[in-house]
Design a protein around this ligand. Structure first.
Ligand code: ADP
Ligand code: MG
Length: 248
């Protein structure tokens, strides 16, 4: 491990620790979440009283069949979708009572997302893709750049700063997406089948990058995945049964 690695770890850890209380409260708590999709006259009850608590530094695998509601759960957890009832606590803050702009602020600062497809901006370089969320947050260009360089180096992409997404392999694209997701040092990382699009070796690589970050930073992470090898190595495994979260 080189100096950059240590710096990146410190950068992530410092920002994360400064906001985290050292009590036993979960950093994310989904309380009795209901989520119903209405289709014409029908009702699709995807989440029914779903509960999940997750603590800093913990990684949780969410393994359930397609259509079970994994993405729905992550969208609710990430404040992208409102539940029909129930509460999402981020750091003990009940988010349903917040205004949209306050929720957006929490989402930007506290929550990072990684999707199955990288969703990087095609016309920007790897470096710029990781700088942008930081600049949106208000960081100066130089600061954003140096943190982006640290993160990308940490994820083994030191030689890829100026590459655009189309000039990167699938695994490299996902590692840039991970760097972007943690660029603002969130407390929570939500990953929706992040390796679903990759061959097993590359998936392994990307997953190792994720777990390394969780360890270095005290992030809490939920990963929806079908990859049992990956799930087996996370701190906890949960599934969805009849709309509820069940430890497995
Ligand atoms: P998973 O990620 O586990 O595959 P999803 O959470 O994406 O499952 O979807 C759960 C179920 O909810 C699926 O049957 C899906 O068709 C349905 N669904 C998801 N989003 C919507 C929506 N916006 N409107 C109606 N039905 C939806
Ligand atoms: Mg899904």
């Amino acid at each position: 491990m080189n100096d950059l690695t240590t710096t990146a770890e410190r950068a992530i850890a410092t920002t994360t620790d400064s906001t985290s209380a050292t009590d036993d409260a979960p950093v994310l708590f989904l309380q009795r979440i209901d989520r119903v999709y209405r289709q014409g006259t029908g009702r699709l009850e995807i989440l029914r009283g779903a509960e999940l608590a997750i603590w800093s530094g913990q990684s949780v695998a969410l393994v359930a069949p397609s259509g079970a509601g994994k993405s729905t759960l992550l969208h609710v957890a990430g404040l992208l979708e409102h539940p029909d009832s129930g509460e999402v606590y981020v750091d003990k803050v009940a988010t349903s009572r917040l205004s949209d702009s306050e929720r957006t602020r929490i989402r930007r600062l506290e929550i990072g997302f990684v999707y199955q497809f990288h969703h990087l901006l095609p016309e920007f370089s790897a470096l710029e893709n990781v700088m942008l969320p930081q600049m949106i947050r208000g960081l100066a260009r130089n600061e954003a750049r140096s943190r982006a360089e640290e993160l990308l180096s940490y994820l083994g992409l030191r030689e890829r700063f100026t590459h655009r997404p189309a000039e990167l392999s699938g695994g490299e694209q996902q590692r840039v997406a991970i760097a972007r997701a943690v660029a603002n040092a969130p407390r929570i990382l939500l990953a929706d089948e992040p390796t679903g699009n990759l061959d097993p070796n590359t998936a392994e690589h990307v997953f190792n990058a994720l777990t390394q970050l969780v360890r270095a930073s005290g992030l809490a992470m939920i990963v929806a995945t079908h990859n049992m090898d990956i799930a087996a190595r996370m701190d906890r495994r949960v599934t969805l049964r009849d709309g509820q979260v069940v430890e497995s």
